[in-house]
Ligand binder design. Sequence first.
Ligand code: PLP
Length: 394
Amino acid sequence: MTAGRHFLQIPGPSNVPDRILRAMDMPTMDHRGPAFSEVGRKALEGMKTIFKTEGRVVIYPSSGTGAWEAALVNTLSPGDTVLMYETGHFATLWKKLAEKLGLNPVFIEGDWRSGADADAIEARLRADTGHAIKAVCVVHNETSTGSVTDIAATRRAIDAAGHPALLMVDTISSLASVEYRHDDWGVDVTVSGSQKGLMLPPGLSFNAISAKAMKASETAGLIRSYWSWADMTGPNDTGYFPYTPATNLIYGLNAALDMLHEEGLDNVFARHRRHAAAARAAVEAWGLEILCNAPADRSPVLTAVMMPEGHSADAFRAITLRHYDMSLGNGLSKLADRVFRIGHLGDFNDLMLVGTLAGVEMGLRDAGVPYRAGGVQAAMDVLGQTLDTHRDAA
Ligand code: PLP
């Protein structure tokens, strides 16, 4: 047992604030009784303000993977071609899921060091003169690499190609941390989860659905049951669910919605950008390399750091855990042992960031990784320089 608080600095699940823990610390209630209607309605309506949509949002008692599957099975038919973009590990998992469902994913290859390239998407769509591609799927914040895809630019690429494909976006690690506009950006299905920017434990997932996607679901041929939007809509209209919802997570969600709006979404996004800028300043001062090599695509949510040649990221992470009781994110699939990921998302403030970076800097020293001291100081300088504007905004 280690004294003091554990530092959970993986890029999700993120730290759950006490206010949300208290909101969930309630007896379970009758999810078909009169009192639940208000709870369900608040959650369903409230999520629209986070996705920035006037359309329908559905909530599943599942991890994010379920909402990935839901987006595909509700809108597509066996053998349909979907255009997907290899931003990293999670984009690859979504593509594998599409294959397992009997879809035909066309994967635009990427090097896992930037967001999706809208020009490459446009070129593929222009070449698809027969409109075989039924959906374009991209990951907004690729959690395995720390890169962000410009969704407005992706929409413009689809429009410029004059292509009717649906646009589906995974916001599992960006929602409520990075600016997002489902309606304005013309997204058809937005996929998300509870355990990152929404500051909840894992266990809820979401689809925000455009009118065009809802229409497609009426004729889509893939088999669906648990994930069926059609089964959700009737009960949801009165705040209920077709099967048992995760009631206590929904109490927590309603507290999270209050917290996000009390702070103001724009302030939440600015806070994430500011912490990311400070984290990057630390990495640069240490003389280490940031995995995402397209500066404009660097994530406000996490920073993935490349380990110098000949050094093990996992051995380093084991040391930060043992010496400083801090969990950092690991490298996933082809990045295993090559990178470590610093999560700076959710319920997070300046001193938590400085503590996190101090743990990294001490861990680099303890693990014998070559680095220059002064990363924490560089981060504190960024935080100091931006303090006034940040406080005025908040
Ligand atoms: N997509 C992204 C971008 C993720 O970060 C994750 C999980 O971290 C997933 C999908 C998969 O979600 P889950 O693990 O909740 O099923």
